[in-house]
Design a protein around this ligand. Structure first.
Ligand SMILES: *[C@@H]1O[C@H](CO)[C@@H](O)[C@H](O)[C@H]1NC(C)=O
Length: 507
């Protein structure tokens, strides 16, 4: 055997090893681009109203075309919240704010999916323009939650009441109004480059709705009672956070000093601790800096504003310190950690639908890592420093868990990977499509599709469900609402995170 032959054999061997490593790499690393595409496609499955020719999720059809008529206003459009057919505008606005934030931070990495993300934002804002078209009135809910939840019906043939509920100057709801102002302001920035005129319309409306929310203060809990509390979307954290959140977005969008003054004037009045319900319905109290979701905006305010104070050379207190405290509340190695991790590594916070926390907090970690990198500063957790790249690592571990790197080896996104939830708690997905079964299915007629052990009839591609239990087990059945229901605000921040990891898969 001569030396040349050995070298050839060695080269062949190295090529073979290289190919094996590529195969292993493909198995263990995720197709973030595919997941991104699907995470945005999901929003088409949640659309209410008249669907456009560009609709890609074609098993869904026009629905709820008379929404608003009882109140003599056009409220057609918007999104169904989750697996039900109610339009809850408070979480819908939060979803839209986070879609816009996802585009503002990471839209440059979205490629051909950027246009679909912008369409998803506009589907929300077109509806919010309708919901706020009467000065001094903001529509907050369309559909009767109790009627809707007692039926298992397709949105296309609902015959439950489609009542519209509004907050007004005499019955105010500052949380729903201010979150809508935040959504309009954030979306005006996200849509600025593609449609400047529309963007301006959104911004003007945002300012108007914010003024209404601030001038007529009150919680919609008091207006709607059992329609929102204690089930559905009871605002537990008060409305002060939404007002500051909206003012911060308006300041970012307009650079108008009056909004910044508003943030500074009110930020120290925010409660330092807020009460939440744990999984058993018991109140738990935690530092408000660690909270972010449709109910409390605290961590989001601190992180959003931390960028503004760095860029515009403003006083960083208390925003940057609180943003650091937020990051330190997530890190597994931090002495001030306030979340739990499952044996498989998934972040857990008390309450139902855990995945909403996973995606929202992961998104914030990425955004904050981005900002801290730009400012060339580390994060300080009590007595140890944390690099921005550590925040990215945590966020990636969470995104990867969702996509299949978990003890069950399954993805929690419908249609992604080889193994994913088949029996999600979602009316439209579980019932046959209008194409497959054009006849009306009434309120109780859908029960067989709810109860069957067969998989759902339609793939709601991209839907991310509430996710596994704290021991990494998963019940793939419609009756387990907390685990098997997809919700719009689970996906919205995930869109941004997936765009980031598409661009930086091995950061
Ligand atoms: C800034 O916003 C306030 C409150 O909406 C408004 O009254 C004022 O005219 C704005 N200033 C500028 C320069 O646009």
């Amino acid at each position: 055997m001569d030396g040349g032959n050995v070298r050839v054999q060695l080269r062949v061997l190295m090529v073979v090893i290289g190919m094996m490593m590529m195969v292993v790499g493909r198995v263990t690393s995720q197709d973030y681009e595919d997941a991104l595409t699907k995470s945005i496609l999901f929003f088409e499955g949640q659309r209410s109203g008249r669907l456009p020719p560009s609709q890609r999720m074609t098993w869904r059809k026009d629905s709820a075309l008379n929404d608003g008529t009882g109140s003599n206003v056009d409220l057609v459009g918007g999104y169904y919240d989750a697996g039900d057919n109610v339009k809850f505008n408070f979480p819908m606005a939060f979803t839209t704010t986070l879609l816009a934030w996802s585009v503002l931070e990471f839209g440059q990495f979205m490629g051909s999916d950027l246009q679909h993300a912008l369409d998803a934002i506009r589907w929300g804002t077109d509806y919010f323009l309708k919901a706020t078209s009467i000065p001094g009135t903001v529509f907050a809910i369309v559909g009767d939650p109790y009627g809707d939840h007692s039926c298992w019906q397709r949105p296309e043939d609902m015959d439950t009441p489609r009542t519209s509920y509004a907050v007004t100057t005499t019955n105010p709801g500052s949380e729903v109004s201010a979150e809508m102002a935040a959504a309009l302001a954030a979306s005006s920035m996200a849509l600025q480059a593609s449609d400047a005129q529309y963007s301006l319309t959104l911004l003007n409306r945002a300012a108007m709705v914010f003024d209404f929310a601030d001038m007529y203060r009150g919680s919609y809990n008091d207006v709607f009672g059992a329609l929102v509390c204690p089930y559905y979307y009871c605002d537990g954290s008060g409305y002060a956070d939404e007002l500051i959140w909206a003012a911060a977005w308006l300041y970012k969008a307009t650079n108008n000093q009056s909004y910044w003054d508003y943030v500074l004037k009110h930020i120290n009045n925010l409660p330092q601790y807020i009460k939440r319900m744990d999984t058993d319905g018991m109140p738990v109290s935690g530092g408000s800096f660690a909270e972010f979701g449709w109910d409390s905006k605290h961590a989001g305010i601190n992180i959003l504003v931390s960028k503004l104070v760095i860029d515009r050379q403003l006083n960083p207190s208390p925003f940057v310190l609180n943003a650091d405290k937020f990051a330190c509340s997530i890190l597994p190695e931090s002495p001030t950690k306030s979340v739990a991790y499952s044996p498989g590594g998934l972040l857990f916070k008390p309450g139902s639908c855990n995945m909403q926390h996973v995606t929202a907090l992961s998104f914030l970690l990425l955004v904050y890592s981005h900002y801290s990198n730009d400012a060339q500063r580390g994060i300080q957790c009590d007595n140890f420093a944390v690099s921005p790249s550590r925040l990215v690592q945590i966020a990636q571990s969470q995104v990867d868990y969702i996509l299949g790197k978990n003890p069950l080896g399954m993805s929690y996104m419908v249609g992604y990977g080889n193994s994913f939830p088949q029996r999600i708690h979602h009316r439209a997905s579980s019932l046959p499509s209008m194409d497959a079964y054009p006849a009306h299915i009434d309120c109780q007629g859908g029960s067989q599709y709810f109860e069957t052990e067969n998989p759902n009839q339609n793939l709601l591609i991209g839907a991310v469900v509430g996710g596994p239990a704290a021991d990494d087990s998963y019940v793939d059945f419609r009756t387990d609402v907390s685990q098997s229901e997809p919700i719009t605000y689970i996906n919205a921040p995930l869109v941004g995170a997936l765009a980031y990891f598409k661009a930086f898969p091995s950061s």
